[in-house]
Design a protein around this ligand. Sequence first.
Ligand SMILES: [Ca+2]
Length: 215
Amino acid sequence: MHVSPRRARAVTGLLAAGLVVGAGHAAAQPAVTDASAATGTATGTAAESAAPSTADSATSLAVAASGTNVLRTTTVRAGASYVEPGYAPDRGNGDLKDGNTTNKGWSNWFGGGHNPRDWVAFYFAQLQTIDGIRLYDGPEGAIRSVTVQYRDVRGGWLDVPTTTAMPVDVSGQRFDLSVEFEPVRATAVRVVLEADGGYMTLSELEVFAAEEVAP
Ligand SMILES: [Ca+2]
């Protein structure tokens, strides 16, 4: 893995820019319950099953220029294991790809508890070759760890091929995480998040196109 100027604050990049300590807020949240965890899992299965088929996606190639954020330059559709009503990641107003890196673009809050683990995904209308992501934490600062995965042409979810061990520990601060990896051909990308005590929010996700690679 390498760090380019574009994402120079990367990887190690549990960035301190706009640092917000989330522990106080997190401590005020109700405890995790088995029921809340089950809700997240069940909803996630349903969301994922509705994704575009791999066969369809694999028939077309990405056209995004290297370095561009494919979430903003190509057609994508979002999914998540759970979403607080009104905070879907692609609802088009204050979402995870609106270019605003500090707003509340996704949340997994619900009354009476929170999920200890959730994921947010973007499914590509066309197969994309990607080599990096940048993830901006939301206002809560309550995420403990992040695992970045991509969905390959066979439909399986894999950790991105980086030397950064997954999950990445981002606890204790409002983070700005960049991860670069060897180019992969992907039909979707997702971030798997674990909470450190409260409900989780995200502000923005960027996914960068790479030079096209051989199949
Ligand atoms: Ca945003």
